[in-house]
Design a protein around this ligand. Sequence first.
Ligand SMILES: [Zn+2]
Length: 124
Amino acid sequence: MILNLFENWFCPNCGKTERIPAVAGPHARFHTCSKLAMLTAPMLPEGTKAKVVAHEREDYEGIDSGHLTLDADGRPIMNVETVREDGNDLIVFAATATGSAEAIGIHPTHTTGAATAAGSGTAN
Ligand SMILES: [Zn+2]
């Protein structure tokens, strides 16, 4: 039995390579890719035939504006896709949900004593 003590990873876009101690089980490595406009992108195990591409968001930004992932060129990015012969993987940059207590009718100045005492940590 031959044990692999190291794993070699590479980026098909920028050419970055890494050699790391072997890790048991499924895992992935990521880096900030200079050829994908500084987006977080996966690295591939050495010998993998695949490409990694970034897809610009094509939807109207609407209320998501300001909550999107932009690349270094200011374009809103929907996802980074690893395309292999037998399938694909996606890193999805979903717009994060936002809200406020006031928007749903909760006013911080009107909280009850029970709500504010819940985290006090004191007991008698
Ligand atoms: Zn890269």
